[in-house]
Design a protein around this ligand. Structure first.
Ligand SMILES: Cc1ncc(C[n+]2csc(CCOP(=O)(O)OP(=O)(O)O)c2C)c(N)n1
Length: 307
């Protein structure tokens, strides 16, 4: 199926959700976008010297998951700031992880691509370096504890040879796993059409999993996630556009589509422009405080004393 911003998006779907839900989705999207804006500025100013994997551009899907499957145990991949923030982990812990401080979510020893958080009912297991390793690990955990499990991986990771058998194993043993492929069409710099001729949705269906292939419209993601979460194991392929390079703060060029602004436009159409603007301003302010210069420039010894 062709990539497009409206792939399997029903016209007018946003209207079928309450204003509260639409604004909650927007709030979560803003949290990721403005947190990462602060990170980008800090990187450009030389205040972060570790590698970062940014979620901006792709944040709508995580916002949707956070409203309906936020109690799942999560096995995330390397690009997971969006899940960490939208599921409710403290942004300060992510900021400090990116800065290599002991107050980071992995005590500053893992960095952007290995986020962990196990408090306040949230269970997020981080990545260890091998892409898609989180898929068999998540399936194994679901086999062991029978908890609802979210395994997220990219379209490049989907090609690792342990992914398909994991889907098959989950199907055979009827494990409560939601598999999500965040399909941004790139494995580092190589587009999907160059890498493979097959489609992950067809692979999932061949194992008997209910599966959908959709664009990252957050209302569409929310609708399908709610439906499929009652039919686990299941698979969702979500077409997204990354806002930055694979790693770091460079950009590939013009975005195929700009979901953040599309959602803002949709909120205007729903008559929610004022409320959405208020949310955006307040999240932006909060994130500016989190990334304030006086915090970043405080001498390291003082920062460690404060922890
Ligand atoms: C097993 C393994 N093979 C290769 C790599 C190198 N590698 C790191 S990220 C990446 C691309 C991942 O692409 P995708 O899964 O689509 O996620 P995205 O970065 O696009 O979000 C590759 C090939 C690795 N870390 N592990």
């Amino acid at each position: 199926m062709q990539r497009s911003c409206d792939l399997n998006v029903e016209k007018g779907i946003a209207e079928s959700f309450s204003p509260e839900t639409s604004l909650a989705l927007w709030q979560k999207m803003c949290e990721v976008r403005y947190f990462e804006q602060g990170a980008v500025d800090a990187i450009k100013a030389g205040e972060i010297n570790y590698q970062v994997y940014l979620s901006s551009g792709q944040e709508a899907a995580a916002a949707s998951f956070s409203l309906c499957i936020n109690k799942y145990q999560v096995f995330a991949q390397h690009r997971a700031h969006d899940i960490f923030l939208t599921f409710g982990a403290p942004p300060e812990m992510l900021r400090d992880e990116l800065r290599g401080l002991p107050s980071g979510c992995s005590r500053g020893r893992a960095g952007s691509n290995c986020l962990q958080y196990h408090e306040n009912g949230m269970h997020m297991y981080g990545h260890h370096g091998l892409i898609a390793e989180n898929v068999p690990l998540g399936v194994g955990a679901a086999l062991g504890n029978n908890k609802q499990t979210l395994c997220i991986f990219g379209d490049g990771s989907a090609e690792e040879d342990y992914v398909s058998p994991s889907l098959g194993f989950a199907a055979t043993h009827k494990l409560p796993v939601l598999f999500v492929c965040m399909d941004n069409n790139y494995s580092i710099l190589t587009k999907t059409e160059v890498r493979r001729s097959w489609n992950m949705n067809e692979v999932a269906k061949s194992y008997g999993l209910p599966a959908v292939d959709i664009a990252d419209d957050p209302w569409t993601v929310l609708k399908h996630t709610r439906e499929l979460s009652t039919q686990l194991p299941a698979f969702i392929n979500i077409r997204v556009c990354r806002g930055y390079w694979h790693a770091g703060v460079g950009i590939d060029g013009t975005l195929e589509w700009d979901r953040f602004n599309m959602v803002k436009h949709e909120l205007n159409e729903l008559g929610l422009a004022d409320k959405a603007a208020k949310i955006e301003t307040s999240v932006c302010k909060k994130m500016e405080q989190i990334w304030a210069k006086e915090i970043l420039l405080k001498p390291l010894e003082k920062q460690l004393e404060d922890i």
